[in-house]
Design a protein around this ligand. Structure first.
Ligand code: ADP
Length: 377
């Protein structure tokens, strides 16, 4: 399976053997469409990816490629299963771009180009919203005028679903239990960040909403804000709606507060006494703790809290600061275990902690490849 993840300015790909989980090759094409970039568009990006695969000794036409899996951010209410792509579906995906103008168009472009380049291979779309399709109405509904919400499909959809599902299954396997008997919190902390509460395998809450802007503080996104801020800035600061949206998505979060979004650099800045970096870190961790507390209450009884993605898997300080001092709520971190560097799934709570705290590496490419396999079977 070739898995393609087309973002606005990057394209990630991986050639995966879904049964064994082995990744045969993977890579990243960056700076698509940026000024002075040798990669003007997604067509060129995919050509670069194919050339990189060829230089790794892989010929896609003869390597036994079964399908191409495409990650699509927003499936709306229409798509919540992995779906084999045809022309009619492309039209529906383009319509869905209204709901996700920043996220869906690059994926649709990537799909169109890939179908042209590999016309004889099935292409499958896998949606980031799918896992959260059945969020309970109380969690999925915004308390706004009902007719408006229904007409414009305004509800909470949730994103990073592939990762939340995969990590919750891996966490259960690590604990030697089935997902159906566990209540879990998953914290996906990468450039985008989201939390989910999963009761016996079923998601009951997640932090992202209509779009991936809601919830936790992220690399460049604000997460939760008072919605009045948007109207206030449009009226008083003469900003357009588009200006405010691009500020909230691209120039806010940790980047907006500290001028830097990478947590490795942020740590160095904090160590050199940069107070803006310290505040950005504190705001990030405070929001995260607030969500953990909220989700413990939503679940009532929690068995496991799992950290995943770039920050969750690597930033021991973030994990410590997010769950330290929560013994009264059933979380007892083992500071030493938390500091030990490792790549595999591991427990970072004490053996007697009522709630297991885990680090579970995510693998969205493998999860997408397996989703493709399930629909082709
Ligand atoms: P995405 O897939 O959303 O682009 P990732 O899951 O790759 O993001 O996470 C990227 C983030 O992970 C980086 O911005 C960086 O802040 C953080 N990160 C990666 N490695 C480390 C590390 N060793 N220590 C701290 N943070 C790290």
């Amino acid at each position: 399976m070739l898995v393609i993840n087309s973002g606005s300015s990057s394209l990630k790909y991986a050639l995966v053997q879904p049964d064994s989980g082995q990744s045969l090759a993977d890579g990243l094409v960056e700076q698509i469409g940026e000024r002075d970039s040798p990669v003007p568009d997604h067509h060129a990006a995919l050509r670069v990816a194919f050339e990189q695969l060829a230089s790794d000794g892989i010929d896609l036409k003869s390597c036994g490629l079964a399908a191409v899996g495409h990650r699509v951010v927003h499936g709306g209410q229409t798509f919540y299963r992995p779906t084999v792509i045809d022309d009619a579906m492309i039209t529906e995906l383009q319509e869905l771009s209204q709901l996700a103008p920043l996220h869906n168009p690059p994926a649709v472009q990537g799909i169109q180009v890939a179908r042209k380049m590999l016309p004889d291979t099935p292409h499958v779309a896998v949606f980031d919203t799918a896992f959260f399709h059945n969020l309970p109405p109380a969690a999925a509904t915004y308390a706004i005028e009902r007719e408006v919400a229904e007409k414009w499909r305004v509800r909470r959809y949730g994103f990073h679903g592939t990762s939340h599902q995969y990590v919750s299954e891996q966490a259960a396997a690590f604990l030697g239990r089935s997902v159906g008997e566990l209540n879990q919190i998953v914290l996906h902390l990468g450039n985008g960040a989201s939390a989910s509460a999963i009761a016996k395998g079923r998601p009951v809450e997640t932090s992202m909403g209509l779009t991936p802007l809601e919830g936790l503080v992220m690399g460049t996104r604000s997460g939760d804000i008072d919605p009045s801020i948007i109207g206030y800035l449009c009226r008083e600061a003469n900003m357009s709606v588009g200006d405010v949206e691009s500020m909230l998505n691209a120039r806010s979060g940790v980047l907006g507060l500290a001028g830097e979004r990478d947590f490795r650099r942020l740590r160095e800045m904090i160590e050199s006494g940069d107070s803006a970096a310290q505040l950005a870190y504190d705001v990030f961790v405070h929001r995260l703790r607030k969500y953990i507390g909220a989700y413990l209450a939503v679940l009532g009884r929690t068995d496991a809290v799992s950290f995943t993605a770039g920050i969750g898997e690597n930033a021991a300080a973030v994990r410590r600061d997010a769950v330290s001092g929560l013994a009264a709520l059933g979380i007892e971190l083992d500071e030493q275990r938390n500091l030990e560097p490792a790549r595999d799934a591991r427990r970072i709570s004490t053996d007697t902690s009522p709630i297991a705290v885990l680090v579970i590496p995510t693998n969205e490419e493998l999860a997408i490849a397996r989703d493709c396999l399930s629909v082709l079977a």
